[in-house]
Design a protein around this ligand. Structure first.
Ligand code: KIV
Length: 286
């Protein structure tokens, strides 16, 4: 039997995205959405104010991604991000949200030593920042880490395909193009599911392969550069809102031009100050 991607219009009273509930989304809501065949969006956020905008817009899952390295902290890659930085910014995002499930990334070096290190750092993100789940890169290679974290009561989101923490060995290119790489990706996805992961991010993989992985898992797939047939889609917020300077990846869609808007506002402020138009009488106390 061939399974088709199950995308049905959803009953909005039950919907994960745009639903009416005010309590936080849980991994059970995410599992139920897959059963209903309901697609949902995830965005990254790195501060309380931006996260509150996404929460009010009904984004059900907010990822405090280690993309904070390039998009918020001024590093060239995600590799230098530390647990201290991740904990501080995750706590801010949790404080800025009321409804979204907040997922904190385990940065490079925070789980590669083994399951005990992984559990220690996942626990820190839950206790000190208040996240509802953690994300880590790798399928089979992170199996023991995923198992121990999940058994300890912390939901894990897995990340496969292009895994930016491995940029020094992998580069930034589409993954899973050869038969062998495609089989490895499918094995990794099943390993993550069997280890107890509640969802799998698929980054930069061919659409047909992402669709096959999505059909073969009972947990949801979240695509980024993985075509239209994953259960959910994630974008880095600065790319989505046009805040990122320079070239953005082809798979991203820009829904606003915040960089231009903010730059124009800053120039208008500078002109007003130089020309004496700000502050005016209404901004002044006597
Ligand atoms: O760090 C991040 O923002 C991510 C997303 C690209 C999935 O891992």
């Amino acid at each position: 039997m061939t399974l088709q991607p199950a995308h049905k219009p959803s009953d909005s009273s039950k919907a994960l995205y745009g639903g009416k509930q005010t309590r936080r989304i849980t991994v059970h809501d995410i599992a139920a959405a897959k059963e209903r065949g309901e697609k949902w969006p995830m965005l990254t956020a790195y501060d309380a104010m931006t996260a509150s905008v996404f929460d009010e817009a009904g984004i059900p899952v907010v990822l405090v991604g280690d993309s904070m390295g390039n998009c918020h902290l001024g590093y060239e890659t995600t590799v230098p991000v530390t647990m201290d930085e991740m904990t501080l910014l995750s706590a801010a995002v949790v404080r800025g949200t009321r409804r979204a499930l907040v997922v904190g990334d385990l940065p490079f070096g925070a789980y590669q030593e083994g399951p005990v290190q992984a559990l220690r750092n996942a626990t820190r993100l839950v206790k000190d920042a208040g996240v509802g789940a953690v994300k880590l890169e790798g399928g089979e290679r992170s199996l023991a880490q995923t198992e121990l974290i999940v058994q300890s009561g912390i939901p894990v989101m897995s990340h496969l395909g292009l895994t930016p923490q491995s940029v020094n060995t992998m580069g930034y290119r589409v993954q899973g193009r050869s038969d062998e790489a495609a089989h490895r990706l499918i094995r990794d996805a099943k390993a993550a599911q069997d280890a107890g992961a509640f969802a799998v991010v698929l980054e930069l993989v061919p659409a047909e392969l992402a669709a096959e992985v999505t059909r073969s898992l009972h947990i949801p797939t979240i695509g980024i550069g993985a075509g239209p047939d994953t259960d959910a889609q994630v974008l880095v917020w600065t790319d989505m809102a046009g805040m990122t300077g320079g070239r953005v990846p082809r798979f991203t869609k820009q829904y606003a031009n915040l960089r231009q808007t903010l730059g124009d506002a800053a120039k208008a402020f500078a002109d007003d100050v130089a020309g004496g138009a700000f502050p005016a009488e209404e901004h002044t106390f006597h």
